[in-house]
Design a protein around this ligand. Structure first.
Ligand code: MRU
Length: 336
């Protein structure tokens, strides 16, 4: 299923905040609406965030069809500034903007300049679907028949343009008849595992059970997990993996129990420039922790922390699965 579509200047995408109650699409007509949808996590998941960023630039170019390069480029930069301020951690957003702006800069001027910028953006979006399929095929080679795989958050079709990353590997292994089963963490506070991953796994027909985040140690101790596969929001040259809060805990536990821990991500999730200490971990509204879907679960006056992501060091990562193949975290640079 395609999670995001371009319809003549309008972005049509799944409103992920409504799932699993409703699978509904929203229509976003302007980059401002895209930014709002990103902040409210109606659009979420690193590769999809990147695709939405590219399409926000496409909207700007589309509005300026027929205009010369020196009229369109400054507007593209304005939109990019707006979109950059939406969410800070998933590097796909920044990579998408930089890639499209770089390509737009190098395009020749002409009456069809803006149309060609739109094409660049649409190509970026298409490439995501293609990368996910490729990385899923590479990843499925790591899966043995009857493997019991633990995954965290949602790294599926909803988090990407199509197919998914960690869930893409699971999808591929399932389609190859490997008879796998999955444990999916609910992923507090936004419940991407319970709401989205469970939705996708059910549709795929994969055998799975949902667990709370706190059960991970127990299920590993009981020998119920053969492999862990998660997605990523940013992978650094040092091999550090930034992903949904709770990933680090799972990686430590996997290490403790000798369970391989894999990260599946397209190369658009690589950040070979930023040192770890300069990565911004998004801090979201504490209300997301103090409430579950609008229902208060802690006494009034209680404060909460709400970092949305954490950092897993390379020594806990068995391999990074990309569209170019599987590499050890210390070899991330070789993918450039
Ligand atoms: O806050 P979210 O839901 O955007 O965070 C999503 C994750 O952390 C995913 O694991 C990651 O983006 C990989 S999605 C293929």
């Amino acid at each position: 299923m395609r999670t995001i579509r371009w319809e003549e200047g309008v972005i049509v995408t799944v409103d992920q905040s409504l799932l699993p109650r409703r699978l509904a699409f929203i229509k976003l007509k302007t980059p401002r609406q895209v930014v709002k949808a990103l902040r409210e996590m109606r659009i979420r998941g690193a590769p999809l965030i990147g695709a939405a960023a590219a399409l926000a630039l496409a909207q700007t170019a589309y509005r300026l069809r027929g205009k010369p390069k020196d009229r369109v480029l400054p507007e593209l930069y304005k939109t990019a500034r707006l979109v950059r301020a939406s969410r800070p951690t998933a590097v796909n957003l920044f990579n998408a903007l930089n890639q499209v702006l770089g390509e737009a800069e190098s395009l020749e001027d002409g009456r069809d300049f803006a149309d060609r910028v739109v094409e660049v953006c649409l190509k970026f979006v298409e490439a995501d679907a293609e990368m996910n399929r490729k990385l899923s095929i590479h990843g499925a080679k790591l899966i043995s028949p009857k493997d019991r795989i633990l995954t965290h958050c949602n790294a599926g079709a909803f988090a990407t343009v199509e197919y998914g990353t960690a869930l893409g590997v699971i999808r591929e292994a399932h389609q190859q008849g490997k008879n796998i089963s999955v444990l999916a963490t609910e992923t507090r506070p936004m419940l991407q595992g319970a709401r989205l991953t469970a939705f996708e796994l059910k549709r795929m027909g994969v055998s799975f059970k949902l667990i709370t985040d706190g059960m991970v140690g127990y299920v590993m101790y009981r020998g119920l997990v053969d492999k862990v596969i998660v997605g990523a929001d940013r992978i650094l040259a040092s091999g550090h993996v930034i992903n949904k809060i709770g990933t680090y805990t799972i990686a430590v536990l996997a290490g403790r129990h000798g369970i391989p821990f894999y990260v599946a991500a397209p190369t658009t999730t690589l950040d070979l420039e930023t040192p770890l200490e300069r990565v911004v971990i998004e801090e979201r509204n504490p209300r997301e922790v103090l409430e579950i879907q609008g229902v208060r679960i802690a006494p009034r006056g209680v404060e909460a922390l709400n970092p949305a992501f954490d950092v897993t060091p390379p020594e806990l990562v068995s391999g990074i699965i990309t569209e170019k193949g599987v590499v050890k975290p210390e070899r991330v640079r070789s993918l450039a």
